[in-house]
Design a binder for this molecule. Structure first.
Ligand SMILES: [Zn+2]
Length: 280
């Protein structure tokens, strides 16, 4: 999955650390959801190294394998002079062979977006400052403190014997099959969300809800929690036509393999195809 980056490991510990030569710059365009990178013919990508882009006001994000990653809090950092680099859609990362950068780019986007969305205090409107001791922005006027935003959501493999409930979402870029999914609402446990989302999207009751794995998904500010569960009673699908364009039972022998190693959804689908319910 996206967070599995081989030998490298994400160290998210917050540091008041100045960039050093060889550190990486993750530069984004907020409005266009783009990242500044260079593409290679073999599918790899790279981002600028500090101080290749000259002296810029950098904000520390995290480290991977000892290398610091920084961003610039600008709507679109002006780095046009760098040879061979260009702004590309964040989705380019998903197809990239550079696993470390794929994860760094998505995680950096989540932090960059949070910083950009919290430049002013939500209580009194003053300009926010940085906390000295942790990753937070603090209002100098009213002391309101804002921590990074993570939105928990569930991915749900609903099964019925050798069938799994698969969906297609309306109005999304991604046209392939997905699993039922949705955000946790305030006051819910993730298991409550599982029951509610399957009922809302497919009109089905579920039982035997079991946690599988989780995944940070910075592209959409999410923390995804994967669950498998079984139909409880009537398995007739009553689809939510506002949200979905399709909701169907698909036998595991008819699931088309997808060759991607990034998403929890895909891992859950492939695992069911190969092992059946639960996989044990
Ligand atoms: Zn304030």
């Amino acid at each position: 999955m996206i967070q599995d980056i081989g030998e490298g490991k994400l160290d998210i510990t917050y540091e008041r650390r100045k960039p050093r030569a060889g550190d990486r710059l993750l530069l984004y365009s907020y409005k266009d959801k783009e990242i500044f990178l260079k593409k290679f013919e073999d599918g790899r990508v790279s981002v600028p190294e500090y101080p290749a882009c000259g002296e810029v006001e950098c904000v520390f994000l995290f480290r991977i394998s000892g290398i610091g990653y920084y961003t610039v809090l600008s709507e679109k950092a002006g780095m046009g002079a760098e040879a061979d680099f260009a702004y590309e859609k964040l989705a380019v990362l998903r197809r990239s062979a550079s696993k470390e950068l794929r994860f760094a780019g998505a995680t950096g986007w989540q932090l960059y977006k949070w910083y950009m969305d919290n430049r002013f205090c939500g209580r009194c409107g003053a300009k926010m400052g940085f906390s000295e001791r942790e990753r937070a922005v603090v209002c100098p006027e009213c002391k309101y403190t804002v921590y990074p935003k993570i939105m928990p959501a569930v991915i749900i493999g609903v099964t019925k014997g050798d069938d799994i409930l698969m969906t297609r979402y309306r109005g999304r870029e991604y046209k392939g099959h997905a699993l039922v999914a949705g955000f946790c609402e305030i006051g819910e446990t993730p298991e409550d969300t599982v029951r509610r989302e399957v009922m809302e999207e497919a009109g089905i009751r579920v039982k035997n809800i079991r946690y599988y794995k989780s995944q940070p998904w910075g592209f959409e500010q999410d923390l995804l929690l994967g669950f498998y569960c079984e139909v409880d009673g009537d398995s007739t699908i009553k689809m939510d036509k506002d949200e979905l364009s399709e909701a169907v039972w698909i036998n595991r022998n008819e699931i088309e393999e997808k060759f991607e190693d990034m998403s929890l959804t895909n891992e859950m689908i492939v695992r069911f195809k190969e092992n059946g319910y639960g996989g044990e």
